[in-house]
Design a binder for this molecule. Structure first.
Ligand SMILES: *Cc1c(COP(=O)(O)O)cnc(C)c1O
Length: 335
């Protein structure tokens, strides 16, 4: 077991982010429970002030920088590269702490996410692809002395995302399995560290889209790989894990009990299902986890042990271009 991050780090993160990130509700989903043949609960990170869980990691990282700047001198500013939600989280938290922020994005980021970042007063820097946005961000950090707030491969960010696990165990101590979207793996790493420390035996399942699932192929290859980016409804899951990945590749390899893939059609169906059954408009990246349940992909992923009786699904975000989301869901809105 890796010791790069501990339960204590996640408890510390929880104290640090209180008042910035919301403590989100866990609600039962009778509709998903019927489909899955288990009690299914939804952890509603779509209700965060920025519309996605990424505020947790950003708040932990930036609050700690500000805390420590007392001795190390003022923070010149922060920068990040992002498919949107992390950039918005960094912009939101930076404004909260009075810190300058520059957000590097790719052209694929939906307009609604860009506008939200602009509204928060952060500077935006646009590159053709996600990987180029990352390179640009690293250059800016060096040239302008900005602190890079990595979207996933950072111990403070991972610890912040892990606070979801602490809250979940308070609300559902007997959880058997947790299902969540998987991209860079900061979310899964943090949540798995918290859950497996406090409830050994819990199964942790990651879900990615079929279109360029970089972590999935990296796990299969036994080392980080790159793939060309492809357009997908799960725009918040697009991008690599970094060939020089420091933490999340190892953590996901050690802690994930399974990783499954879902199609674009399954994602659209899951978005429509959440709107119909829960009145929730969620983004494609978040819908991947719901799709895995609707498609019956959990059994295979969770291994041969007894079927989980209580399953938590992390509903990671709600930031969509409404017109685009409605068009994708249209064929599936009738039950
Ligand atoms: C970033 C993001 C994810 C994936 O989180 P990782 O830490 O990159 O695995 C899932 N859902 C949404 C909505 C996100 O913004």
């Amino acid at each position: 077991m890796t010791t790069a991050i501990t339960l204590a780090d996640i408890h510390a993160a929880r104290r640090r982010i209180a008042g910035v990130a919301a403590r989100t509700p866990l609600i039962p989903s009778p509709a998903l429970s019927r489909v899955a043949g288990a009690q299914v609960y939804l952890k509603l990170e779509n209700l965060q002030p920025t519309g996605a869980f990424k505020i947790r990691g950003a708040a932990n990282k930036i609050a700690r920088l500000v805390e420590e700047s007392g001795t190390a001198g003022p923070v010149a500013g922060v920068t990040t590269f992002s498919t949107g939600n992390h950039g918005r989280a960094v912009a939101h938290v930076a404004r909260r702490f009075g810190v300058r922020a520059v957000i590097c994005v790719s052209r694929g980021v939906p307009a609604v996410k860009l506008q939200a970042i602009r509204d928060l007063g952060a500077a935006i820097d646009v590159s053709p692809t996600q990987d180029e946005a990352e390179a640009r961000c690293r250059r800016l950090a060096e040239e302008q002395g900005l602190v890079l707030v990595h979207p996933f491969d950072d111990l403070d960010v991972i610890a912040g995302q892990g606070t979801i696990g602490l809250e979940l165990l308070e609300d559902l101590p007997e959880v058997d399995a947790i299902v969540m979207p998987l991209s860079g793996g900061g979310l899964l790493s943090g949540v798995a560290v918290a859950l497996k420390a406090l409830r050994p035996g819990v199964r942790v399942i990651g879900v990615s889209m079929e279109r360029a699932p970089v972590m999935y192929h990296s796990l299969r290859a036994g080392r980080p790989v790159t793939l060309p980016e492809e357009p997908t409804l799960a725009d918040s899951l697009v991008g690599g894990i970094g060939l020089d990945n420091r933490y999340t590749f190892r953590l996901v390899r050690e802690l994930a009990d399974g990783v499954v893939l879902v199609s674009e059609e399954a994602i659209a169906r899951a978005m429509a299902f959440m709107l119909r059954e829960h009145g929730l408009l969620i983004e494609g990246g978040a819908a991947t986890a719901v799709a895995a349940l609707l498609e019956g992909k959990l059994e295979a992923a969770a291994g041969s042990s007894a079927a989980p009786r209580r399953i938590a699904v992390v509903v990671t975000g709600r930031n969509v271009d409404v017109g685009r989301a409605l068009a994708a869901m249209e064929p599936y809105l009738e039950p």
